[in-house]
Design a protein around this ligand. Sequence first.
Ligand code: HEC
Length: 197
Amino acid sequence: MYTADPVFWRAGAVSSTAVMLVVLIFLTADSLAVIRPGGANVPPYTVINREIRYEYDSQAGRDRPVIGADQPLFGHVYSDGEAAALMRKAKLTLQSRNCMNCHTFFGNGAYYGPDLTKAWLDPVWTQMWMPMTQADSREKAMVAFLMNPEKYPTWSRQMPNLKITREEAEAVTAYLKWMSAVDTNGFPIHFGHIKTD
Ligand code: HEC
C-alpha cells in the first residue's frame, strides 16, 4: 500500500504547508491593505485636518466616527508628508514613555488610566481641561495637559509628568485625533463622547 510509504506522508505535509503559506501571504497582504492608514477601513493621517464626530448608527447599533468639514489642527493644514512625520514622532513618544503601561490603544494596553482610543472625543476636554488650562481649543488644552499633567488633575488617579516636549505633545495630540477617526466597531463601549449636535 502506498500509505505505508513515509515518502507519501512527507510529500503530503510539504505540499499542504506550501499551500497554506501561499494562503497566509495572501491574507497578510489583504489585511495590510485594509488596515493601513488610507486603506479601506482606516482614514489617512491627513484626517487630522477635518472635524471628527462620533454619531450613533442605528442600523449598526453602535457609534461610528463621521469625518466632517475642514477643521485644521493648531490652525494648520498638514500635507501628507507633514502628517506622516507627525505620526512617526507621536509613535516614538508613545513608545519611549510607555503610555501603554497605563493606557489602552486599539484594545492593547492597560486600564490604570483612561482608554485613549477615543480620547480626542472625550467631553472632559471641553468641560474641564479647556477651562482649567485656559486654552481656546481642544488641541491646545491637550498639549498643556500632556506637558504638565500634574498641574491639571481631574481624576482620582493622576498622570505623572513624563517630560513631554511641546513638539512631542503636539504630535501625540495629532495621533489621538487620527485614532478617534478610526472605526473600532463601537469599542470602547459606554464611552461618554463630546456632544456634536
Ligand atoms: C503611570 C501611568 C500613566 C502613564 C505612563 C501615562 N498616563 Fe496618561 N493618564 C494617566 C492617568 C491616571 C490619567 C487620568 C488623569 C486625570 O484625569 O487627572 C491620564 C490621562 C491621560 C489623558 C486624558 C485622557 C482622557 O480622555 O481623559 C491623555 C490624553 C493621556 N493620559 C495621554 C498619555 C500619553 C500620550 C502618555 C504617554 C506619553 C501617557 N498618558 C502616559 C496615567 C498615565
